[in-house]
Design a binder for this molecule. Structure first.
Ligand SMILES: *Cc1c(COP(=O)(O)O)cnc(C)c1O
Length: 379
């Protein structure tokens, strides 16, 4: 099946019990047993399993070319469940510009349980092996990353992990299963903040995980049921609904983004543009080889923080908000918002200038978005 067909026909989202074409919302916490332990359809209690969630979990597995899927109450619940695969004393390697929430969970929560972490530059993939220690058990990347869209080689990440017996993990939030499928490069685990493109309408907080590895799947399922960060049936339904239009939305997001990138690159008020579609972008070729399209997250630099504030004030179509991946276009200033807690000198060393503006391009009309941003820059 091609991707657009798979988004509609993947998984088993027709209700197996009634034939309902749209997955019903099984709003129940528990299930009647015919005799003690005699479960009618294998369902016992909705933390352990719920038919609406099962439909979504099968769908994400299919879309990511995996055998097993899991749905969580947020991207962070999904990420936390994956980190819980590690034991006390284990060490993991992760890209230094990892999502802020992941950084916080690792440094403020998981280190208290004896898990050790090093934040490294995974764009320089050949240097990654030098950071591996005897206790290293996991190699975790985001590609492209936030907010500078740095690209890491997925295939080489999987190869290094295999060679050293590490669990490889890719946070695929920015690309979605429509544009990038890390499991096809032999990555062990792919995960998403489904709050972003997969849900796509700024109305659900959710996380998804997929894997081909039966042993890891059994362990993740056990952690999901034991620690309980499951997604409810209403939100599972909303994600199944969002996924049906993921391809249409991503095609329009990509069209809009490429037009905006082109305008920004030739605009005199713009000092730099960061997007993997740009030929001079670091690891552009690698991105082209591992993804079939482009994210709508793009960053660009203007002179200073005052100019950035002015551009945002003058824009009529880009809503000032954190988050990304929705139908509506959003704008943020990382130095004042998502990355404000990082000291200025560290921030600048990471390449996040005060005048950096981050867009999450939505699905509005292409010309309207380009014209809006242009007039904002010109004021
Ligand atoms: C938003 C985000 C997360 C966290 O997901 P939540 O759904 O907000 O918990 C993780 N990774 C990336 C790349 C994100 O953008």
């Amino acid at each position: 099946m091609n991707k657009k067909t798979q988004l509609i026909h993947g998984g088993k989202t027709t209700d197996p019990y009634t034939g309902a074409v749209t997955t019903p919302i099984y709003q129940t916490s528990t299930y009647e047993q015919d005799a003690i332990g005699d479960l009618r359809q294998g369902y016992e209690y909705s933390r352990s399993g719920n038919p609406t969630r099962t439909a979504l979990e099968g769908l994400i597995a299919d879309l990511e070319h995996g055998q097993h899927g899991f749905a969580f109450g947020s991207g962070m619940a999904a990420i936390s469940a994956v980190i819980m695969l590690l034991d006390e004393g284990d060490h993991l390697l992760i890209n230094s510009d990892v999502y802020g929430g992941t950084y916080r969970a690792l440094t403020k929560v998981f280190t208290r349980y004896g898990i050790k972490v090093d934040f490294i530059d995974t764009t320089q993939i050949d240097s990654v092996e030098s950071y591996i220690k005897p206790e290293t058990k996991m190699l975790y990347i985001e590609t492209p990353s936030n907010p500078l869209l740095r690209v890491t080689d997925i295939k080489k990440t999987a190869e290094i992990a295999k060679k050293h017996n590490l669990i490889s993990v890719v946070d695929n939030t920015f690309m979605t299963p429509y544009f990038q499928n890390p499991l096809t490069f032999d990555i062990d685990i792919v995960l998403h903040s489904a709050t972003k493109y997969i849900g796509g309408h700024s109305d659900v907080v959710a996380g998804l995980v997929a894997t081909n590895n039966a042993d890891l799947a059994e362990r993740i399922g056990f952690i999901q049921n034991s620690t309980g960060g499951v997604l409810g049936p209403q939100d599972s339904y909303l994600l199944i609904r969002g996924i049906k239009t993921l391809g249409l939305r991503m095609d329009q997001v990509q069209r809009n983004t490429l037009a905006i990138v082109e305008m920004l690159q030739s605009h005199e008020a713009v000092q730099a543009v960061f997007h993997p579609s740009i030929e001079s972008h670091l690891n552009h070729d690698i991105h082209q080889s591992q993804a079939s399209g482009h994210t709508g997250v793009v960053a660009f630099e203007v002179a200073d923080i005052e100019t950035a504030k002015k551009v945002i004030k003058e824009s009529k179509l880009f809503t000032l908000a954190e988050s990304l991946g929705a139908v509506e276009s959003l704008v943020s200033v990382p130095a004042l918002m998502t990355h404000a807690s990082i000291p200025k000198d560290v921030r600048e060393k990471e390449g996040i200038a005060d005048g950096l503006i981050r867009l999450s391009v939505g699905i509005e009309d292409t010309e309207d978005l380009v014209a809006d941003l242009k007039q904002a820059l010109e004021k």
